[in-house]
Ligand binder design. Structure first.
Ligand SMILES: *[C@@H]1O[C@H](CO)[C@@H](O)[C@H](O)[C@H]1NC(C)=O
Ligand SMILES: *[C@@H]1O[C@H](CO)[C@@H](O)[C@H](O)[C@H]1NC(C)=O
Ligand SMILES: *[C@@H]1O[C@H](CO)[C@@H](O)[C@H](O)[C@H]1NC(C)=O
Ligand SMILES: *[C@@H]1O[C@H](CO)[C@@H](O)[C@H](O)[C@H]1NC(C)=O
Length: 476
C-alpha cells in the first residue's frame, strides 16, 4: 500500500514561523483537456477528459522561476499536496511555481466519469498514459505561462516517486531533474527479492528497546489465534471478544481476513513511523511502531496485546470506535500491503493486476506474520476473476529499464532506513553525482517530502539539504 498519507496540521501550526506550513497550503484548482488515449489514434480520436491540477504561484518569479511538478499518484491530488510540504518550504528560495497533477483514474480525474472502472475503460489506466499526460501538461504550461525556457523538476513519493523518476527516464527533454522519494522501482519491475517488504516490517517492529519482546509476543499471539480458531465456536468467540469485533466470527475460514487486518495495521504503521503525531484514520502517536509495541508487550496476554497493537492503527490514540468492523477497515486486493477503499482502491487494484508487481505474501519464516501466501499464480487467478486481465509482472523491467538505469541522469533516489519499501528501491548509486541514492537513517516512507517539523531528526534535514543542492545544480 503505497497510498498512505499522514497529516500533521498541529505540528505545522507550531512552526508557521519557519514559513513551512502557513497553516493550510494555498493553491488554485485548474483543469486541463487531456487526450484520452495517447497511443492509439483509432480508439478515441482526439477526445479529451478533464485532468485536475493544483497550482501555487505566490513565490514564482513569473516567466523565469522553475516549475516544481508533483507527479500525482494513486489517490486524490489534494492529499499529496497536503503531505508534500517540502515543495512549499523550498518554493520561496527557488522562486518556483508549484504544480500538483492528478493521476488519471484517481480523485476527480476520471476519464469516463462513473463508468471509469469497467475493464474496457480501465485499459487506459497505465503508467505510459499517465507519464504522457504529465508531459503534455508540462508542455502546455510552458506555453500558456510563456516560459518555454523554464526548468522543470519533478517530485513524487512512493508510486509518485516512481513516476517522478520515470519522467526523467522518458522525457529528459521536458524534465531537467527528479526527486524520487521512497520509490521501489526495482521490486515493482520484478527485480530482486519479493519477500523483502514484510521482512522489513518485521525488522521495524523488532528494533527499539521493546522490539525483541514485541516480535516474539506477536508470533505467540498468531499461534494462539490459530489454536483458538481450531476450537470451534467457543474459540472463535474468544477471538471476537479480544478484538472487539462488530460481527463475531462464525467460521474458521474468517480467521485469514482477521490476520490480514492485523498485518495491514502493522504494515501501515511501519510506513508512517514518523517522529511526531500524525492523523490518519484517527490520531497516530509519534513513532507509532514503538507505541504499538508498548501496547502489545504490556497487555495481559499476547492475543489481547495483538488486538491492542493493531487497534491503535484503526482506532487511533483517541478513537471513538465502539467495535472493529474488519470487513470495511481492510479489503483484500492484489496488493498484499492494502489497496485502501473506494474508487482509488479499484484503480490501484487494476494497476497491481497489470503493470505494477507488488510484494508477495507472508511466510512466518522471513517475517513474523502467519503463512498468507500470494504467489504470482495466485495473483493471476485473482486478477483474471476480478478484472479479466493477466498481470505482466516484468513489463516495467522492459519499459522502465529494470535495474539497468545508468543511462538516466539528474535523479535523487531518496529512501528511509525505517521504511519497509526501501529494499525495493535504489540504494546504491550506479552513477554518483548524476544519479544519487540517499538513505535517511531515521526516516520512514518519504519523510523527506513532508513539511519541516520541530521533531524532524537531523538525518532528514540533511537529506532535504542534499536534495536542494542537487536541484540547484540541475536548474542553474
Ligand atoms: C478533433 O477531431 C475533429 C474531427 O474528428 C476535428 O473536427 C477537430 O478539429 C479536432 N480537434 C482538435 C483539437 O484537433
Ligand atoms: C456518479 O456517481 C455519484 C455517486 O453515486 C453521483 O453522485 C454522480 O451524480 C454520478 N455522476 C455522473 C456523471 O453520473
Ligand atoms: C511459525 O513457525 C513456527 C516455527 O516453525 C511455528 O512453531 C509456529 O506455529 C508458526 N506460527 C504460525 C502462526 O503459523
Ligand atoms: C477506541 O478507543 C477508545 C478511546 O481510547 C476506546 O474507549 C475504545 O474502546 C476503542 N475501541 C475499540 C474497538 O477498541
Amino acid at each position: 500500500m503505497f497510498r498512505l498519507f499522514a497529516v500533521s496540521l498541529l505540528a505545522c501550526l507550531l512552526i508557521s514561523l519557519l514559513s513551512s506550513c502557513t497553516a493550510v497550503y494555498p493553491y488554485k484548482t485548474q483543469y486541463f483537456d487531456q487526450i484520452i488515449d495517447h497511443f492509439n489514434f483509432a480508439s478515441h480520436g482526439n477526445n479529451t477528459f478533464k485532468q485536475r491540477y493544483l497550482v501555487s504561484d505566490q513565490h514564482w518569479s513569473i516567466g523565469k522561476g522553475p516549475i516544481f511538478f508533483y507527479t500525482g499518484n494513486e489517490g486524490p491530488i489534494t492529499s499529496f499536496l497536503e503531505n508534500t510540504g517540502l515543495m512549499f518550504d523550498i518554493a520561496p528560495e527557488f522562486r518556483a511555481l508549484l504544480v500538483f497533477a492528478e493521476h488519471r483514474f484517481y480523485g476527480e480525474t476520471l476519464p469516463f466519469g462513473n463508468d471509469s472502472f469497467i475493464p474496457e475503460n480501465l485499459g487506459l489506466l497505465t503508467i505510459e498514459q499517465a507519464l504522457a499526460d504529465y508531459a503534455e501538461l508540462i508542455l502546455f504550461l510552458k506555453q500558456e505561462l510563456k516560459c518555454p525556457e523554464c526548468k522543470v523538476v519533478t517530485f513524487g513519493g512512493s508510486y509518485g516517486g516512481m513516476l517522478s523518476a520515470y519522467m526523467r527516464f522518458k522525457y529528459p527533454n521536458t524534465v531537467d531533474g527528479a526527486i524520487a522519494s521512497s520509490a521501489p522501482i526495482y521490486s515493482v519491475a520484478g527485480q530482486g527479492s519479493q519477500s523483502y517488504f514484510f521482512e522489513d516490517v518485521t525488522k521495524s517492529f523488532g528494533s527499539g528497546t521493546t522490539g525483541k519482546a514485541c516480535v516474539s509476543t506477536i508470533r505467540q499471539a498468531f499461534i494462539t489465534l490459530n489454536e483458538l480458531a481450531d476450537q470451534g465456536i467457543k474459540g472463535l468467540n474468544e477471538v471476537s471478544s479480544a478484538f472487539k469485533l462488530c460481527k463475531p466470527l462464525q467460521d474458521k475460514t474468517q480467521i485469514a481476513h482477521l490476520q490480514g487486518w492485523v498485518r495491514n495495521a502493522f504494515t501501515s504503521m511501519a510506513m508512517v513511523n514518523y517522529p511526531y503525531p500524525a492523523s490518519f484514520m484517527g490520531q497516530l502517536p509519534a513513532w507509532p511502531v514503538s507505541a504499538s509495541c508498548d501496547l502489545i508487550t504490556s497487555a495481559k496476554d499476547p492475543l489481547k496485546g495483538l488486538a491492542a497493537g493493531a487497534g491503535l492503527f484503526y482506532n487511533g490514540t483517541k478513537g471513538s470506535l465502539k467495535c472493529m468492523d474488519v470487513d470495511s477497515q481492510y479489503v483484500e486486493c492484489t496488493d498484499p500491503t492494502g489497496c485502501g477503499l473506494g474508487n482509488s482502491a479499484k484503480a490501484w487494484d487494476w494497476q497491481g493486476c497489470t503493470e505494477v508487481t507488488l510484494p508477495g505474501g507472508t511466510n512466518n519464516v522471513t517475517d513474523m506474520f502467519p503463512v498468507l501466501p500470494f504467489t504470482l499464480e495466485m495473483r493471476e487467478t485473482y486478477c483474471k476473476a476480478k478484472w479479466n486481465v493477466v498481470p505482466k509482472p516484468t513489463w516495467l523491467n522492459v519499459i522502465m529499464w529494470g535495474e539497468d538505469i545508468k543511462s538516466a541522469s539528474n535523479i535523487v533516489f531518496c529512501n528511509g532506513a525505517l521504511d519497509p519499501w526501501r529494499d525495493g528501491g535504489v540504494l546504491r548509486s550506479p552513477k554518483r553525482g548524476s544519479l544519487d541514492a540517499y538513505l535517511i537513517a531515521d526516516g520512514a516512507h518519504h519523510l523527506d517530502l513532508r513539511g519541516a517539523n520541530p521533531a524532524d531528526p537531523e538525518s532528514v534535514k540533511l537529506a532535504r539539504q542534499f536534495e536542494k543542492d542537487r536541484i540547484t545544480a540541475w536548474i542553474k
